[in-house]
Design a protein around this ligand. Structure first.
Ligand code: ASP
Length: 343
């Protein structure tokens, strides 16, 4: 069997940043610098190739257009490599990983996101281990010679997580990411131990690419004492084709006729409301409490245990695929790439 061939796609992020001597702030720098900081890469018995986006960016500047460029790049080069590693800033990595899991359906090869909390040029960097193990994972095969990981995953600080289940939870520690509602895909110690039952396998035979997004959505996170009249401008079909509503606990909301009526007329106009919980762990359970009955009554879409990142990117993706409201609702409540657990 030939040595695995892995493509490293560099988009930017702290991993490749250096200090701007003028401002003292970290700014993205080119890939040659990053590569030069990790001579260990030469020891891999993998064939490594690299691909850099024109201008490396801080991931705060990521957007659906760039997600589409990353997905298109992987799609175009899919046949030439056994696996892909995407180097990306940590701030919005969970969004990009989620978006790619919807854009690239039917993956039979790994797409592993990684980055770091400290630049790779710094002596205490976490970037080297993250990069080296992400590459190793991207080239691993099972006993039948098939890629072990066949989904979009995120490797960070000894943990491999499903991309669309992750959130950045820490701006300070090396353990920056969590996957509260789904087990680790693997843990790296002396060995890399995989949880084979947790790995995603797509029912599709062929890789499909979908790069259209519709950004006519808004996020509303409720809180006690919230003013309702400013929401009128958001519950307007001309402004938003869908609203992500982040609710209390298992999908509850304060009792308010004003909010109920606002949601009803928005839904009647053809809008979509997707309900997810503000809690990071656990799922929406409509009807468990009186305070979630309104969502059952109005037939609001259930987001189950979706993360905010997966819910927002799924909404933009689904709205970009079809204009038909029924089809949108079916896709939203469907488990497309392992992003939700329907109980
Ligand atoms: N601001 C950086 C980014 O997301 C943070 C990081 O990479 O850790 O690009």
């Amino acid at each position: 069997m030939q040595n695995p061939k892995v493509l490293i796609i560099y988009t930017g992020g702290t991993i490749g940043m250096i200090n701007d001597p003028q401002t003292g702030a970290l700014k993205p720098f080119d890939f040659e610098h990053l590569y030069g900081c990790v001579p260990e890469l030469k020891q891999f018995d993998y064939e490594l190739e690299t691909y850099s986006f024109g201008e490396p960016i801080d991931s705060s500047d990521m957007n659906p257009e760039i997600w589409a460029t990353i997905a298109q790049t992987i799609f175009d080069k899919y046949a030439d490599y056994d696996g892909f590693v995407v180097l990306h800033g940590t701030d919005t990595m969970a969004y990009t990983a989620s978006a790619l899991s919807f854009m690239l359906q039917g993956l039979k090869k790994p797409v592993i996101f990684t980055g770091s909390q400290l630049p790779i040029g710094q002596i205490r960097t976490d970037g080297k281990e993250n990069l080296i193990t992400a590459i190793e994972v991207a080239g691993l095969r099972d006993n039948n010679g098939q890629p072990l990981i066949q989904e979009v995953a995120l490797y960070f600080e000894f943990c491999l997580l499903r991309g669309n289940r992750t959130s950045k939870v820490n701006a300070e520690n090396f353990e920056a990411f969590s996957s509260y509602n789904y087990p680790l895909l693997a843990e790296a110690g002396v060995h890399i131990n995989f949880d084979k039952n947790a790995l995603f396998r797509s029912p599709l035979d062929k890789l499909q690419l979908g790069t259209s997004f519709n950004q006519k959505i808004s996020l509303i996170s409720i809180y006690p004492g919230m003013q309702l009249h400013p929401l009128k401008s958001l519950f307007d079909i001309k402004v938003n084709e869908a609203i992500l509503l982040e609710t209390f606990g298992s999908g509850n909301v304060f009792t308010s006729t004003e909010l109920r009526d606002m949601m009803k007329s928005y839904l009647d106009e053809g809008g979509i409301i997707l309900n997810i919980s503000q809690c990071q762990k656990g799922s929406v359970e409509l009807g468990k409490y009186q305070t979630s009955q309104v969502f059952l009554e109005l037939d609001v879409c259930n987001g189950w245990d979706l993360t905010r990142e997966a819910a927002l990117t799924k909404l933009m993706y689904v709205l970009g695929q079809t204009k038909d409201r029924k089809e949108r609702l079916i896709l939203l409540e469907k488990n497309i790439s392992g992003e939700l657990t329907i109980t």
